[in-house]
Design a protein around this ligand. Sequence first.
Ligand code: NAD
Length: 355
Amino acid sequence: MKVFESLRATNHEQILFCHDRETNLRAIIALHDTSLGLAMGATRLFPYNSEEDALRDVLRLSRGMTYKAACANIPVGGAKAVIIANPEEKTDALLKSYGRFVESLNGRFVTGQDVNLSPEDVRTINKETNYVVGIKELGGGATLATAIGVVLAIKAAADFRWQRKNLDGLKIAVQGIGNVGKNLCKILYANGVKLFVSDLIRDKAEEIADLYEATIVEHQHIHSLDVDVFSPCALGGILNSSSILQIRASIIAGAANNQLENEELHSQLIKSRKILYCPDYVINAGGLINVYNEMIGNDDEKALSHVRKIYDTVLEIFDKAEREEITTYTASKLLAEERIKKQKQQKIQQQLLIA
Ligand code: NAD
């Protein structure tokens, strides 16, 4: 991969490659946009097949964070970090070594927990740097907030598509029963939803089947079930030229980042199949909103009411897409760009007032 070409193509500011021989740390921190002062983005630990895969992932995820923050009306830029490792290789020494690299950025980058990291791991990183969030686990924590945001988006989509004000009796297929998927199933079940679930780890699916009367589905088939909503909550790239043609749900709304393998091509394909797609970075912003509110010292109630705004943002995107005959993905990008422009203008005005 040509690094500078990738930076230019995605309009990134900086990449930090972190290596520590003693702990065998290999991490990449990507800062997409710090023009508002600081950039936020969680850290993912994953056994990437290659360094190129890791770089590609961190670049896509960090750019998505800029859009995510903008759509959530959070005045920060986007960033992301990946640690290339197996979950079994995760040690306190490795996490602390990573924390020292975060500290070296002096607050331009603030991070938290993503795939394969726990709040406990964030507390370990915190021993070396204060530039972490998600320690207080406001209102039940970031993963619960993420799940709440996804449920709100499903409600907005059901309202937009079927003029339904509740989810009672809907069939929803959830792919991936991890930290977010588990919380999502709990809330959906309480809303009267009939659940279908899959996870690569069978025990996780069985736990949800026992708790919430869910039907377990083989992971190769979960996306093609005859259900109302498909909710991808595992990893990215699930919406591609082959899977989209098999989807029978009317709505796609899940927590996973980077669900579209190719954003332009596959959002068009979804639109042509008359499936209503809820853009991932808009609806999974609950976690970011939660930790941002922790960072600025807000309480549980303020954080939750900020998360609730996801419902209106999703409806605004659907309306814009319908009016302008564009995909919901393009509508969300345009909305993000408008909000970024506004936030930057506000920052300039504030600076002028101080001067
Ligand atoms: P997690 O690692 O706890 O859970 C992911 C689950 O998906 C695991 O149980 C894994 O076994 C399963 N899985 C992986 N591939 C699968 C497949 N092909 N089929 C079925 N199951 C599969 O992660 P998480 O924290 O629950 O996050 C899930 C997704 O949501 C990720 O893409 C993450 O980036 C995104 N996200 C998470 C948060 C958050 O607050 N944790 C916030 C925003 C976005």
